[in-house]
Design a protein around this ligand. Structure first.
Ligand code: NAG
Ligand code: NAG
Ligand code: NAG
Ligand code: NAG
Ligand code: NAG
Length: 371
């Protein structure tokens, strides 16, 4: 449009222009020039096909200490990585489920700052660079430390730099086909539990200020956002009831008393209602397990000892020996998924860790007639 009028530009023009500018500035500052996919929970399903009779994978969490001081080159993270390599080689593992991290480095606890952050190289690329590990994709969700600074940067890294760090948005669904004639289907619902775990108003610790302001900026403190995310999870569960296995992956645990926080009990109920096979989490720096039972057919795993070790809480069926580092190895078959917890604190001559607990869970048809 060509302005021919000599009338002075109305004042509302300036106001609108200024407010548009301010809001775009606000969006840019708060969300780092956000890629829309971060907010939007789509119904898109990422499909993967594995020409293999069984589907083998690893679960690791709370990793990323590049290590100084008493640690070796990469601290306990290096031993965990070596033990993962041993398993991935022996069982031809297909991918890694990352239940949160890179959460810290020797420098700080502040997560990743940008796509160019040197931490990518220091605590991820270099550490998990053995023959078998460097071919595996890491299916990632965000933990609390990932929110301390710029969780957007991790998604950006995945979308623009290295898709082997698979993190297209905060919430996403994958469907994996495998088995003879690809007759088996496992569905993986990756979620961000920060929205359910934290009551933003009650975050008072100074070191958690970044987490708090980012949750506020993303609108993750509103009841509306909580309802939207629950609705998306429920719809994803409904849409995938034909799966042999459904796994939900979130950072914060659902085992024990300390998981009864804010909206987490509601998440737990949802998983039980739709016969989720297992929930994989981290956050507590332990390896822990709780078996499915008739009234709660979900198996609960905590794999939060990728580079740091700590305390669990009451309510589990099994917990690792105190002070251990490690990960979970699992193999999905037609009727069962076998799993083992690997303690990688010390390694044997073959660079293998020690299996400290193992077990089996049933496919969903055991609990629920397959559709
Ligand atoms: C990252 O590095 C690239 C190449 O040097 C540069 O073009 C880009 O602007 C940098 N991005 C950030 C967020 O620093
Ligand atoms: C990973 O290992 C390969 C092969 O040894 C090497 O070429 C590459 O530089 C390594 N990458 C990193 C980030 O260390
Ligand atoms: C956060 O990451 C995004 C995506 O890489 C980037 O555009 C933005 O500049 C970063 N924000 C800050 C404050 O570093
Ligand atoms: C678990 O370990 C026991 C003892 O080592 C072994 O006999 C059993 O086969 C293992 N079970 C699975 C499912 O790997
Ligand atoms: C890694 O394992 C080796 C071999 O068992 C052991 O000597 C070393 O202390 C372990 N490293 C750490 C950081 O515990």
């Amino acid at each position: 449009m060509i302005h021919t009028s000599k009338r002075p530009t109305p004042r509302c023009f300036y106001i609108i222009t200024l407010s548009l500018f301010m809001s775009s500035l606000y969006i840019t500052l708060s969300f780092g020039g956000l890629l829309p996919s971060i907010f939007v929970t789509t119904s898109k399903i990422y499909e993967e096909i594995y020409e293999a009779d069984t589907l083998d994978f690893l679960i690791i969490g709370d990793w990323g200490n590049s290590g100084v001081g008493k640690d070796l080159k990469h601290g306990p993270q290096a031993n965990v990585s070596k033990a993962m390599e041993y398993v991935a080689n022996k069982y031809d593992s297909k991918f890694i489920v990352n239940v949160g991290g890179p959460y810290k480095s020797a420098k700080d606890y502040q997560g990743i700052l940008s796509v160019n952050d040197s931490k990518w190289e220091e605590i991820w690329l270099k550490v998990y660079n053995s023959t078998n590990l460097r071919r595996l994709t890491w299916y990632t969700i965000a933990g609390n430390h990932d929110w301390y600074t710029n969780v957007t940067a991790q998604i950006d890294y995945s979308l623009t730099v290295n898709s082997r760090f698979f993190f297209p948005s905060l919430f996403y669904v994958r469907s994996t086909l495998f088995g003879k004639d690809l007759n088996l289907k496992a569905v993986w619902i990756h979620i961000d539990t920060n929205i359910f775990y934290y009551d933003v108003d009650s975050i008072v610790e100074i070191k958690m200020e970044g987490l708090k302001s980012n949750l506020l900026n993303f609108g993750f403190h509103t009841q509306q956002a909580v309802e939207e995310k629950f609705k998306w999870i429920e719809q994803s569960l409904i849409d995938n009831q034909d799966a042999d296995y459904i796994f939900v992956i979130g950072h914060h645990p659902l085992i024990g008393i300390c998981s009864q926080v804010n909206h987490m009990p509601r998440l737990l109920e949802l998983l039980e209602e739709y016969y989720v096979s297992a929930y994989f989490s981290g956050h507590n720096h332990v390896l822990e397990y709780k078996s499915p039972i008739k009234s709660s057919p979900v198996a609960f795993f905590i794999s939060g000892a990728g580079c740091k070790t700590g305390f669990g809480c009451e309510g589990k069926d099994w917990g690792m020996p105190r002070g251990a580092y490690g990960f979970v190895h699992a193999n999905i078959k037609e009727e069962t998924m076998d799993f083992e917890f690997v303690d990688a604190t010390k390694l044997n001559k073959l660079s293998a860790g020690k299996i400290v607990y193992n077990g089996t869970i049933n496919s969903r048809s055991y609990w629920y007639p397959k559709l």
